[in-house]
Design a protein around this ligand. Structure first.
Ligand SMILES: [Zn+2]
Length: 444
C-alpha cells in the first residue's frame, strides 16, 4: 500500500492544479516555478518603480529554467528599509496590512512589508494545511505568539485553526510560565505553538511535569532558530512530538514546516522559490550545500520579493523524503549569517552550535554569549538563566560541555580563544545584550 499524501503535499498538489493521488514530481514543481516566476517578474516590472529600475536592461523574459533566476540581482533587507514604497505593486487602497520590522538596538530605518487581502489569505491557507500535521478537529492549540492585532501572526493562526475545526487560543508570549501552565491545564491544551526558549521555560518549570500524562501531544517551535537540544528536552518532559517551522514576515510569515518524518522542513513550494547562495559573494551553491537562503515569492500581489536575501543559513535538500514527498526540504537551519563569529581563518563559531551545548544541560532556560577581542585572541563569555531549582553547579556543567566541543577545542589549541568562567543570573547581561539571541561581538 502506498503511503497517503501528507496534508502539505495534498494542499500543494491542489494549488498547482494537479489531479489528486500522486505526489508532486520534480518536473511538475519546476514547471510551476518557471511559470510563476515569469508572472511575478512581469507583474513586478509593470507595477513597481523599484523593480522596473532594478531589472532595467535585462531581457524581457530571461527565464528558461527556474535556475536562470540566478542571473537577476538580489533584493535585500536594505531595500525593504529604503525602497519599500517603490516596491509596492498595488494602490495603497489594496493594502490590508503593513508590517514594520525594527532591528533591536539600532537606529536603522525599519523594514516595511505590505500585504493585500489576497496575500493574507495565502498565509491563512498555509497555516490551515501546515497545522493539520500537528492537530485536528476538536483539539485546543495554545498560541504563544503575538495575536492581539487583527491579521497579526497569532490572529491569523487562530483563524486558520478554526478552518481546521480546532480551537486556537491566542495567549501571546510567555511572561509567567506558571500562569501559562495553569491555562494549559484549564483549557486542556493538546498543542502548543511558540518560540523555542519560551516553550522550554514551560517544559522545565516544575509545574510542566504536573500536566496529565499524554495531554500535550504536539508542539510547534517557530520564529527563532530551533535547537535540537530544546526539541529533545521538550519532547522528553511531555512525551510529545516536537516539530519545527521556518518562517519570517518577509515570506508571508510561513515558509516551511516539518512532516511526520521530522527530517527537515518542507518548503511552501507553491508560494515560494528557494535558492542557496554563498553568503560571501552571492554565488549560487549546488543542492545540498550550506549557505544563505534566498527566496522569491510566487503568488504575492502587493509586494512580491525577487531573490530576497534572507540572512539565514540553511541547506536545501531535493531528494524524496521518507513521507513520500518531493517538496524540497530546508534543513540544518543554523540561524543568521551575521550570527557566525569568525575566530580564525576556517574556524567559526555559531550561536546554533552553542545552543546545542548549553540547552542540553538540565535546568538551563536561556543564555547570552559575548565574544570580546583581547590582544590576539577572542574571549568567550556566557551567562545563563536557569530554573529556580537549579544550583550553581549548572555553570560548571555548561563550561565542561563547552570544553568538549571540537570547534572550541581547536580554537583553544590554536591560541585564538579563551573561555571565561560561565556566569549565572546576570540580569545585566540579558538587558545589555538585548532581547535578540545572538553572539554579541565586542572588539575592544
Ligand atoms: Zn516529509
Amino acid at each position: 500500500m502506498k503511503p497517503a499524501l501528507t496534508p502539505l503535499e495534498d494542499w500543494t498538489r491542489r494549488k498547482l492544479g494537479l489531479a489528486a493521488g500522486q505526489p508532486v514530481t520534480r518536473a511538475e514543481l519546476s514547471q510551476w516555478w518557471l511559470m510563476r516566476l515569469r508572472q511575478t517578474l512581469a507583474w513586478a516590472r509593470e507595477h513597481s518603480p523599484f523593480y522596473r529600475w532594478r531589472l532595467r536592461g535585462l531581457p524581457d523574459i530571461p527565464l528558461n529554467t527556474p535556475e536562470d533566476l540566478a542571473r537577476l540581482p538580489f533584493t535585500t533587507a536594505e531595500d525593504l528599509r529604503r525602497e519599500h514604497r517603490g516596491m509596492l505593486c498595488t494602490s495603497q487602497g489594496e493594502v490590508a496590512r503593513i508590517v514594520t520590522l525594527r532591528s533591536s538596538g539600532t537606529t536603522a530605518e525599519p523594514k516595511r512589508l505590505y500585504f493585500s487581502q489576497e496575500d493574507l489569505e495565502l498565509t491563512l491557507d498555509f497555516f490551515h494545511h501546515g497545522m493539520s500535521t500537528l492537530t485536528g478537529p476538536g483539539k485546543t492549540v495554545l498560541i504563544l505568539l503575538p495575536g492581539s492585532t487583527p491579521d497579526s501572526v497569532g490572529d491569523l493562526l487562530a483563524r486558520a485553526l478554526g478552518r481546521l475545526g480546532a480551537r486556537g487560543v491566542v495567549h501571546g508570549p510567555v511572561k509567567d510560565p506558571a500562569r501559562t501552565l495553569e491555562v494549559m491545564a484549564r483549557e486542556e491544551v493538546s498543542c502548543l505553538v511558540g518560540v523555542p526558549t519560551q516553550v522550554l521555560a514551560l517544559a522545565r518549570h516544575p509545574k510542566g511535569a504536573e500536566l496529565p500524562p499524554g495531554q500535550v501531544q504536539s508542539v510547534l517551535l517557530t520564529t527563532d532558530h530551533v535547537p535540537r537540544a530544546i526539541r529533545r528536552a521538550v519532547g522528553a518532559v511531555w512525551g510529545c512530538r516536537v516539530y519545527s517551522h521556518y518562517g519570517m514576515t518577509e515570506l508571508g510569515l510561513g515558509g516551511a514546516v516539518e512532516c511526520a518524518a521530522q527530517d527537515g522542513c518542507h518548503l511552501r513550494a507553491a508560494d515560494l522559490y528557494c535558492e542557496v547562495v554563498d553568503p560571501r559573494d552571492g554565488r549560487p551553491l549546488p543542492p545540498g550545500q550550506l549557505g544563505e537562503l534566498v527566496f522569491s515569492t510566487l503568488t504575492r500581489r502587493a509586494m512580491p520579493l525577487i531573490r530576497y536575501r534572507s540572512g539565514d543559513l540553511g541547506r536545501l535538500r531535493e531528494e524524496v523524503c521518507a513521507c513520500g514527498s518531493w517538496l524540497p526540504r530546508l534543513d540544518d537551519l543554523r540561524g543568521r549569517v551575521a550570527g557566525l563569529a569568525v575566530l580564525a581563518p576556517g574556524l567559526s563559531l555559531s550561536l546554533a552550535e552553542l545552543d546545542e551545548v548549553v540547552f542540553a544541560t538540565a535546568g538551563v532556560l536561556d543564555f547570552r554569549a559575548r565574544l570580546t577581542r583581547r590582544g590576539g585572541a577572542w574571549s568567550l563569555g556566557l551567562c545563563l538563566r536557569a530554573t529556580a531549582e537549579t544550583g550553581p553547579e549548572v555553570a560548571s556543567a555548561v563550561r565542561a560541555a563547552l570544553e568538549r566541543k571540537p570547534v572550541i577545542q581547536r580554537a583553544r589549541q590554536q591560541g585564538v580563544l579563551v573561555l571565561e568562567p560561565v556566569g549565572l543570573g546576570g540580569a545585566d547581561w540579558f538587558s545589555d545584550l538585548g532581547a535578540k539571541r545572538a553572539i554579541v561581538v565586542q572588539r575592544s
